[in-house]
Design a protein around this ligand. Sequence first.
Ligand SMILES: NC(=O)c1ccc[n+]([C@@H]2O[C@H](COP(=O)([O-])OP(=O)(O)OC[C@H]3O[C@@H](n4cnc5c(N)ncnc54)[C@H](OP(=O)(O)O)[C@@H]3O)[C@@H](O)[C@H]2O)c1
Length: 240
Amino acid sequence: MEKTRPYVLLNAAMSADGRIAGRERRQTSLSGPRDRGRVDGLRAACDAILVGIGTVLSDDPGLRVHSEARRRARVRRGLSPNPLRVVVDSRARCPPGAEWLHRGEGPRFLLVSRRAPRERGRRLEERAVVVDAGSRRVDLPRALDILHRRGVRHLLVEGGATLNHSLLAGGLVDEARVYVAPRFLGGGGAPGLVEGAGFPVARAPRARLAGVRRLDDGLLLVWRFSTRPCPREFRDGAGG
Ligand SMILES: NC(=O)c1ccc[n+]([C@@H]2O[C@H](COP(=O)([O-])OP(=O)(O)OC[C@H]3O[C@@H](n4cnc5c(N)ncnc54)[C@H](OP(=O)(O)O)[C@@H]3O)[C@@H](O)[C@H]2O)c1
């Protein structure tokens, strides 16, 4: 059966030298206030936010909509205050106390593979719907198909570097919005925007530059990978 998927928007902040975190691999504040507001607008506009377990283990993000006004506007539209929060975690390594499992109202999915020990999955079931989505690793086309079947049409991906690579390698990204901060991080261990196995130059994904905007003290770059039109939800007032 043909797999369907939501519109996938990958958002990230990186230093001027292409790193999304410092060499400590911890959450690194690269955005300014206007960029943070833009990302909060994307969170409020999407149906679901997706991150990799590496990001949960290093940053412990809440993945919430921060603005109360935006949360209220979602509720007025008949939605939960926060979008569906989704983590890909083949082995169910997510700590039961992780912030995204506890902060704020809204549904949560943990996508695991058959390699995940049952006991760990069961413990996490108290806080999230645990979904089998692969044999050894989370199968991303299948994961996006599952999300689409559950009504997710607009998916915001918030990293990290390994998940970004897998999605690009699978041709699963429609658009990337990358904030380039006026900071220089360097360091061999600092993750770049796209890591994993990388790409041979001849097969490196190619994008079309669809927008450049000065924001805070940096630049917002909009890259298009597919010809799918950017949905309205990701345009007006959502940092398009
Ligand atoms: N500046 C930014 O915008 C931003 C945003 C987010 C994160 N970050 C930074 O990024 C870093 C974390 O990135 P990361 O690369 O270590 O982790 P990640 O991309 O968040 O998560 C990768 C992990 O997800 C799991 N996974 C399951 N199925 C997968 C699949 N099909 N493809 C890829 N991964 C899959 C894998 O672990 P299992 O095999 O165990 O499941 C994999 O190791 C941190 O330093 C964080 O601060 C920066």
